[in-house]
Design a protein around this ligand. Sequence first.
Ligand SMILES: Cc1cc2nc3c(=O)[nH]c(=O)nc-3n(C[C@H](O)[C@H](O)[C@H](O)COP(=O)(O)OP(=O)(O)OC[C@H]3O[C@@H](n4cnc5c(N)ncnc54)[C@H](O)[C@@H]3O)c2cc1C
Ligand SMILES: C[S@@+](CC[C@H](N)C(=O)[O-])C[C@H]1O[C@@H](n2cnc3c(N)ncnc32)[C@H](O)[C@@H]1O
Length: 651
Amino acid sequence: MKTTPIEPARIERSPEGLPFAPVFGDVYHPRAGALEQARHVFLGGNGLPQRWRGRERFVIAETGFGLGNNFLAAWRAWRDDPERSERLDVLSVELHPPSADKLCAWPRDPAVAELADALQAQWPPLTHDLHQLQFDDGRVTLHLAFGDAARWLPEWVATVDAFFLDGFAPDRNPAMWDARLFRSLARLAAPGATAATWSSARAVRDALRSAGFVPDRAPGVGGKRDITVARFAPAPTALSRPPGRPMARDVPRQALVVGAGLAGCATAWALAAQGWPCRLVDRHAEPAQEGSGNLGGLFHGIVTPEDGPHARWHRAAAMAFAPVARAALADGVAGSLEGLLRLEFDLCDAAAMRARLASLGLPPSYVEALSADEASSRAGIALRHPAWAFRDAGWIAPRALAAWFLRTAAVPVAWQGGADVRSLARDGRDWCLLDASGAEIARAPTLVLANAGDALRLLGGADWPIRALRGQVSVAPADGLALPRLPLAGAGYVLPPVAGQAVFGATAQTDDADPAVRAADHVENLGKLSRLLGAETGLDASSLRGRVGWRWTAIDRLPVIGAVPDARAVAVGSTDQPRRLPRQEGLFVFSALGSRGIGSSVLGARLLAAWVSGAPSPVGASLMDAVDPARFAARAARKSISSARAARAER
Ligand SMILES: Cc1cc2nc3c(=O)[nH]c(=O)nc-3n(C[C@H](O)[C@H](O)[C@H](O)COP(=O)(O)OP(=O)(O)OC[C@H]3O[C@@H](n4cnc5c(N)ncnc54)[C@H](O)[C@@H]3O)c2cc1C
Ligand SMILES: C[S@@+](CC[C@H](N)C(=O)[O-])C[C@H]1O[C@@H](n2cnc3c(N)ncnc32)[C@H](O)[C@@H]1O
């Protein structure tokens, strides 16, 4: 999906004193009041609050987030309802989001004022991404897409129970009432889904009808005679979902997770947030003893000229990670969230870097381009290169973070350490974990493999292009070294002092299984450190300590997250779209976190939890495809389809 800069909302005051969008020539809500309209049209028109009662999850999708009044009204009604669903998910899209200060510049009804403050406190940077905002201990999630609805609706992956149709008036903003847009909504609709809008325009009813909804009139509010309500009742043939998409499954809510590094611990935490208790199995007595066991590691976004899937994944991941890191740091996990500088060695001039940010539409609340002098003053030491300054970024202690995920999981995680899983077996609908003697370690109908590269072995030698990169980190006493106030990255990295130590590195070696800390690697790390600091450190390699680990990395440097494809079925029904490929029932993987596993842990775990539980996906369909384990088979199929075409063309 191509990204474009986001233009923030221009909001003026109409003659009646209402928020008014000059670009569209329309008001955000009628004189009767935003809350009045939300309650009567959008909640009442969709049969709420009654319809969410007694349900595990209720999902609302809205076109046009505006000032968020409908979201706040829905959240208020859900909070006030003792029979509410366990979870409420609201998807919304906004082409011109207000800046954080404009969001709350208009007076709110006292009933939602406190909620509006909570919304403002989490208001994300205005980037062209799907942002997740979580409230009420994670039971309410707002999935907020910034950009054009025509672009985003086909990207949403969710099963929606109620639609709030709230673009401006159809004659002023026909794009929001386009028949194609309604077809995208129909693709998301759950059986029995409903829709409501204040518009009673005939064109709106016709577009709803053509997408499989049955529209009806209902009495209006605030002087409006009638509104439109609709029920989803498509022709039976129209209901088909690709097999490679998350779906609520009829199984007990209980999962087994193998591997207690960051991937497994974050997965258990994210599944718990969806009401799924887990049993977490690892070969070590304690979590995070392997790849996730370093003293500290960085988390930050990324800027690339083309803003492809890699940049979009790591941006979304960084934005999902920051609020969680903030909570973990506040709870005593070591680290900092005061920003990070990534030195730029190719674009030697901050003006060129700023031009890149402008063309990508990345705002300073996400990243800034700094000259070497500006970067030096942020770092507190003299730097020789310009830098990308990532705002909500920093460093954190991964082992402590893994433990924090387990400690703060919404439902308790059962820990089973010292259990080396040698093979998997299928018994009925259960997945069984077996030890070296073939004895059963644990079983469940839902299994997540989060055991890094060993997942490939357990999957019977899956031929995914994933390899191990050996990495050695170096550690030295920080006294006498001019270390930066913020973490520095570029060719290698260095952290601010960690408990009186300088932590820097790291090497990256392929086909290297040597677990020993090596002097030659310290020398290499000292070279990286001097380049970052722009000066020799005078440290002697023989005085350094270190730690070795492996980063499992896919060829496209994206993690592998989702339901495991069914290799036999893939061979038969070859298709070039991951989402069309059949899956093995109940078997999921979260692996290949590469050298950015800290930053990817939260978003990856939430995506995995969406696969398992059927929750709305925290990323759009194209990013989901980009990290899907079925992408490798889909690429192979694409290659064979195009070579067959080329061969035909030659004949
Ligand atoms: C030198 C180095 C520096 C790094 N720096 C950074 C950084 O600055 N920022 C960043 O974001 N990332 C960094 N990373 C990457 C990051 O640490 C990893 O991506 C991340 O830790 C991977 O987590 P994981 O849970 O997938 O794997 P692991 O932490 O390796 O966890 C896998 C778990 O599975 C268990 N397991 C495996 N097989 C079995 C089995 N058969 N039975 C039972 N248990 C099993 C293991 O015991 C282990 O606990 C760095 C990595 C290295 C090596
Ligand atoms: C009536 S207002 C929505 C009010 C909002 N639901 C609320 O509760 O505050 C309509 C919104 O649709 C947005 N919009 C218009 N065209 C759009 C498009 N093509 N894609 C996404 N949003 C769009 C406008 O910017 C505006 O914020």
